[in-house]
Design a protein around this ligand. Structure first.
Ligand code: NAD
Length: 504
């Protein structure tokens, strides 16, 4: 029998909870406990109970990690020996392959990923994207000849040399932790930087594994350090304010990104920010299989906890009722096929924490008070287990000025908005503080392309085109961030250019 169809047990999702290995710090090539031995509980989102322990780094540990990264950058050949780095990064990738089982457990029991999401974005796609970074590395430009120019009575041969920025502080979120950690850590290492990774408090193990396996791979001490901590703020702020750290690469909420820019200003920190989103999917009236396209916008994958999810659906007013009917049928069809940790076909489990659950339920309440109509879902589901379950939820009759259309909910909540014509669709899509991703569907590819070009965003999918991959730059505009991750651009973000001119 399909596991997704089994009868609910008295305590669904609880039985299989394992004990995860303790998430330890890696500092200066040593995998160890926090100074003073402090730990904190890692909570399983399926049950709301501890599933392991993580080292709770002290200020002394953070200082030691920064000192180690600084020393490794300044005093070893890490930044200049491209071949050595490339070989070690490939070796580390192979060790991650050997640890797929542990990575899956971490995705399930730390981040709350359902099995079909584990096998896609959480582990499979994350490792494929790592391969993409390895594949593009040989295309990185390290030196560029800008030719000879005759000025001031002499010839000058000019060249540009690209070198790594230095010590990188990588601060990451809990939603797809392996994917985000790879995007930062691997790109920075390939560029020749040394790194201090600070994962989110909810997902420490997915950070700790980087340190452990880097030591096993034979990385030089101090090149890759990992600090885990229960307090979400202090260790990260130390990285942001310490003058020994040259660059902060951050993925997380827009509010924290803003604070990082402010705090980093004192040391003129270089900052890359991958922040939130409220991306719009536009389905034009001439889309073949209109109902099917609308149905596919059902927002459930990893409980909607993705920065680039299309959480605003824009449909033509002339076909709004049809869209509503298609969504009603889609949500009814999806039904209760989610929230079972053992089902290999489920794409949605719990949300990560009590805090996120309360936040999402708060927005569902706000949507109703604002006058939107709940078409599907809207309720917490404690019957799915003692963890943090909320139904896939769809609001219709939403206008773009409502908070549920403007603010990032970061949960399985779709807002459906009507538009009058192409101009109106573009206006609504762009009427957002965010600009991370989006999509447009039409039977006329030229019309869809014309719209895609006019949306102020970092990536756009036309007729389902896959715009997020490890060999393509990813990032946002406006409140969605600054800088690009992944692809050659993602490695080059960690490089500085230097001009050298020789008088001939
Ligand atoms: P968050 O901003 O609360 O935390 C992110 C990280 O920053 C965590 O490691 C946290 O401990 C740390 N942090 C918190 N306060 C800090 C401070 N003052 N100084 C330094 N570090 C600090 O975000 P979250 O709740 O973990 O993740 C959800 C958010 O991340 C969503 O808004 C989502 O859109 C965003 N996100 C964006 C992308 C992207 O690529 N654009 C990808 C995934 C998630």
């Amino acid at each position: 029998m399909d596991a997704s169809l089994k009868e609910p047990s008295a305590k669904p999702n609880a039985a299989a909870s394992p004990v995860l290995p303790e998430a330890l710090l890696t500092i200066d090539g040593v995998v160890r406990k926090a100074a003073g031995g402090k730990t904190y509980d890692v909570i399983n989102p399926w049950t709301g109970t501890p599933v392991g322990q993580a080292a709770d780094a002290s200020a002394e540990d953070v200082d030691a990690a920064i000192a180690a990264a600084r020393k490794a950058f300044d005093e070893t050949d890490w930044s200049t020996n491209h071949e050595k780095r490339y070989a070690l990064v490939k070796k580390l990738r192979a060790l991650f392959e050997d640890n797929r089982g542990r990575l899956s457990d971490l995705a399930r029991y730390e981040a709350g990923a359902a099995m079909a999401a584990v096998n896609t974005a959480h582990v499979g796609m994350a490792l494929n994207c790592w391969d993409d970074l390895i594949a593009v590395f040989p295309q990185v430009t390290w030196e560029e000849d800008r030719g000879i120019k005759h000025v001031y009575g002499a010839d000058h041969r000019r060249m540009i040399v690209y070198s790594p920025v230095g010590v990188v502080g990588a601060i990451t979120p809990w939603n797809v932790p392996l994917y985000v950690n790879v995007g930062k850590v691997v790109a920075a290492l390939l560029a020749g930087c040394t790194v201090i990774l600070k994962p989110a408090p909810d997902t420490p193990g997915m950070g700790a594994i980087f340190g452990e396996l880097a030591v096993e791979a034979g990385f030089p001490a101090g090149v890759l350090n990992v600090i885990t901590a229960a307090d979400p703020v202090t260790a990260g702020e130390t990285l942001v304010t310490d003058p020994r750290v040259d660059l902060i690469t951050f993925t997380g909420s827009t509010g924290v990104g803003r604070r990082i820019m402010e705090k980093g200003a004192a040391t003129l920190k270089r900052v890359f920010l991958e922040l939130g989103g409220k991306s719009a999917k536009i389905i034009l009236e001439d889309t073949p299989n209109f109902a099917q396209d609308v149905a596919m916008t059902l927002l459930a994958y990893h409980a909607g906890q993705g920065c680039a999810v299309q959480s605003r659906l824009l449909v033509p007013r002339s076909r709004y009722d049809e869209a509503k009917a298609a969504l009603k049928a889609a949500y009814a069809g999806f039904g209760d096929n989610w929230g079972d940790i053992d089902s290999p076909t489920h794409i949605m489990g719990p949300v990560v924490s009590r805090k996120q659950l309360d936040r999402i339920l708060g927005y569902i309440d706000i949507g109703q008070k604002e006058g939107a109509t709940l078409l599907a879902g809207g309720k917490p589901r404690p019957d799915k287990g003692t963890g943090y379950f909320v139904e896939p939820t769809c609001f219709v009759d939403v206008t773009n000025d409502m908070r549920i259309a403007q603010e990032e909910i970061f949960g399985p909540v779709l807002s459906v908005i009507a538009f009058d014509d192409d101009e109106d669709a573009i206006r609504i899509a762009n009427d957002s503080d965010y600009g991370l991703s989006g999509g447009v569907s039409s039977g006329d590819p030229a019309r869809a392309m014309a719209i895609a070009r006019r949306i102020r965003t970092g990536s756009m999918s036309v007729n389902g085109g896959m715009c997020i991959m490890g060999d393509l730059p990813f990032g946002g505009v406006k409140g969605s961030g600054i800088g690009r991750e992944w692809g050659i651009e993602g490695i080059e973000e960690f490089l500085d250019s230097k001009v050298i001119a020789v008088r001939l």
